[in-house]
Design a protein around this ligand. Structure first.
Ligand SMILES: NC(=O)c1ccc[n+]([C@@H]2O[C@H](COP(=O)([O-])OP(=O)(O)OC[C@H]3O[C@@H](n4cnc5c(N)ncnc54)[C@H](O)[C@@H]3O)[C@@H](O)[C@H]2O)c1
Length: 336
């Protein structure tokens, strides 16, 4: 089979990015869409000329659907992915891989049992600057990663949460700035550095305490087994969507990524590399790589290869986030 027939489940904000990427990909064709909202469903089905389903169970029962993209609220990622895998479909799930480690493990198990492919949408692993960082680290000339820091400072206000009421609630979003926005950068820092464990986390709601149950700001200290320390800060309280910053300290230099620009500081000085975005599909302030991830997902399926982003990758990020959510402290106040 060299072209897979794809269903997109969830016709909200991100679905258009998936659908455009599917349309650009040689090895996939959009065959169906699904949403519980009849208006959104009709609009999307009409726009792309495909069949629409109000119930995902009906879509995944179709024998001519090979794969589905899960673009629904976080709390539905695990149940819908598991049902689709059990129905014999390959699954590309939007991040996060479940709202708890238990959900992520159940998704990975369902993939194993069904023999179908499950992957998670960490598209920023495909950005030019992050691919270059990975090549430099794997090349070994700059030595091991011995520390780092990351900053995700974005703007998500009350309207964003009011537009989709599943956001900002523990039961349906599973958290906020960490599990929804900054998850990509946590995944990248973990992937590029080789992994770490959480030492401590702080979660606060600085701007949106009245509007959401969850955190709009979070910081974490992470450490690996060699003692390398990593600082992570994320907030939805910024004045605008600032470029993501990821700095890694290596034994023989530093890698500084700001948005899509990479600065390599080696023993002989600084070299600047600009990986300005090469596609209009996606967000313009950081991370337009859904198109690359989705093309690669189908190329690999057609070749019979494992996905680039494995269920274990998604599970590990969900584990770290869960630890942060369960152990987070609040700010310490000086006694009067
Ligand atoms: N990778 C990225 O950069 C990125 C960016 C944005 C969103 N996302 C992810 O995409 C997912 C969706 O986010 P969004 O911003 O599009 O949300 P959204 O609220 O705009 O859309 C979600 C859609 O799912 C539909 N839905 C709810 N329950 C359903 C069900 N049982 N069956 C079918 N459809 C159902 C809703 O009606 C809605 O249209 C989330 O997991 C989010 O984290 C990822």
């Amino acid at each position: 089979m060299d072209q897979l027939r794809v269903g997109v489940i969830g016709c909200g904000l991100i679905s258009g990015v998936h659908i455009h990427a599917i349309e650009e990909t040689d090895h996939a064709v959009l065959a169906a869409v699904c949403d519980i909202d009849p208006e959104k469903l009709e609009k999307t089905a009409k726009e792309y000329g495909v069949k629409g389903y109000l119930d995902y169970r009906e879509l995944i029962a179709q024998p001519d659907i090979d794969a589905v993209h899960i673009c629904v609220p976080h709390y539905l990622h695990a149940p819908i992915s598991i049902a689709a895998l059990r129905a014999g479909k390959h699954v590309l799930c939007e991040k996060p891989m479940g709202t708890s480690l238990r959900e992520a493990q159940a998704m990975a198990q369902a993939a194993k049992d069904s023999g179908k492919t499950l992957s998670v949408c960490f598209q920023n692993r495909y950005n030019g600057a992050t691919r270059r960082m990975k090549r430099i680290i794997d090349g070994g000339e700059m030595g091991k990663v011995i520390g780092g820091s990351a900053f995700v400072c974005w703007d998500r206000g009350g309207a964003y949460y009011a537009d989709s009421p599943w956001r900002g609630k523990w039961a349906t979003e599973g958290g906020s700035v960490l599990i929804n926005q900054a998850i990509h950068t946590l995944d990248l820092m973990k992937w590029l550095s080789g992994g770490f464990e959480l030492k401590s986390a702080t979660m606060t709601a600085k701007r949106l305490a009245q509007a959401i149950e969850t955190e709009d700001t979070c910081d974490m200290l992470l450490e690996n087994e060699s003692g390398a320390r990593f600082l992570f800060y994320c907030s939805n309280c910024a004045a605008d969507n600032m470029p993501v910053q990821l700095h890694l300290l290596l034994e023989k230099g530093q890698l500084h990524m700001t948005g899509e620009q990479l600065t390599v500081l080696g023993p002989t000085g600084a070299a600047f590399e600009d990986y300005a975005t090469d596609t209009k599909i996606g967000k313009n302030y950081w991370g337009n790589s859904h198109i690359h991830l989705i093309a690669d997902f189908y190329d690999r399926l057609v070749r019979g290869d494992a996905p680039f982003i494995l269920p274990e990758d998604g599970m590990e990020t969900t584990r770290l986030m869960e630890e942060a959510y369960l152990s987070a402290s609040t700010i310490r106040r000086r006694p009067e």
